[in-house]
Design a protein around this ligand. Sequence first.
Ligand code: ZN
Length: 459
Amino acid sequence: MRWDAIVRGGSVVTPEGVVRADLAIADGRIAELAPEIAGAAGEEIDGVGCHLLPGLIDPHVHFNDPGRADWEGLATGSAAIAAGGGTLFIDMPLNASPPTLDAASFDAKLAAARGVSRTDFGFWGGLVPGNVGRLPELADRGVVGFKAFMSGSGIDDFQSVDDATLWRGMQVAADLGLPVLVHAENDVLTAALASEAVAAGRTGVRDYLASRPVVAELEAIGRAIALAADTRCPLHVVHVTSGAGVALVAEARARGVDVTCETCPHYLVLDEDDAVRLAAVAKCAPPLRPAAVQQALWEAVLAGDVAFIASDHSPAPASMKGSANFFEVWGGISGCQTTLGLMLEEGHARRRMPLPQLAALTAGAAARRFGLAGRGRLEVGSSADIALVDLDHAAPLSVDELRDRHRLSPYLGHTLRGRVRRTILRGRTVGRDGQATGPALGELVRPERLDRGPPELIR
Ligand code: ZN
């Protein structure tokens, strides 16, 4: 056989455009892309009526394994990713226990993932007070970069950074050629507003929302940019919620700072009123925003100023999601399975986002930003990581479709577009019709170091 597999007759979403083509796979890579490919293949896959998108890359999940696998776990989390068309995730250093703060904790996480993960995976290391000296050993192990919290993480074993730690950590990360990621909210402001509210007995959903205003995000983004500019450290701001926050990042980029940002489906699809209606299942930090803030965020996404979309999937057991005091409810939205379906419906179908732009936002741009060579693009030579999707299919999300541990989603009843017929990882089928399938083939993906300037964003 010349080819291991051929997907025939589908519409292939390449970086340049959508083409009707056959796609041949050999040795886990895309070997040929042409209108008609002759010759026999080990596996013939019918792609007629379907689009081939690059397998979703989710660079921001919390699978909490080892140590807190009862919150999610690598087996269930990666199964949800594969079911939703995903082929690669990058797991955050918290809330695994131990958190990924040195070589030993990295090794523990790798041991937990091998033979368990349905998709390929990368790991973020943590940057916390006291571990700046550990960043080189984490880099040697293969972390994609370092995550820091500028406000409380919600968990005792992962402390937020003071400015000195962040500045010193950025100096080390810059030398290592790896990015620092920040959760950007001003801790002094949010902590004061929260304690005032709780002391006054104002502990409802709207009180929580009011304790984390947009200005807290803007101030922290500005400070992180100043430190990144000074240290020449690649900076990535996770889960930006506002068009104003994206604008700060875009302005800094325009003057040469190596900075990007992501947002999440929940900030694009749900707003403040949904937060009140849904309560615990939609609690997150930063919180959901008013509709006008959301509209400006959408404009920033469509304009190409947001590098990519990540789920920030961060579940917890139901027992942690129930409290009369909303400040005490565990914050974190489950969404790693639904990113592609939500973006295809909200972005592509409703807001006319071209499919190549959507593919960049859900796969290619994260791979390029974080040095994941050969990932996230459907072109000859790339890893054969593919979501085979029927775009004519659109239906409300029901709970029995969910594959994460707790089957919690704020998107129940929300329309998802694009039934994922197959998820293909390095040429092997790992997801089929909404289920993970086959053995757990996931492998660790290590980045190439960032010794280049800021990447061009899709416009
Ligand atoms: Zn997160």
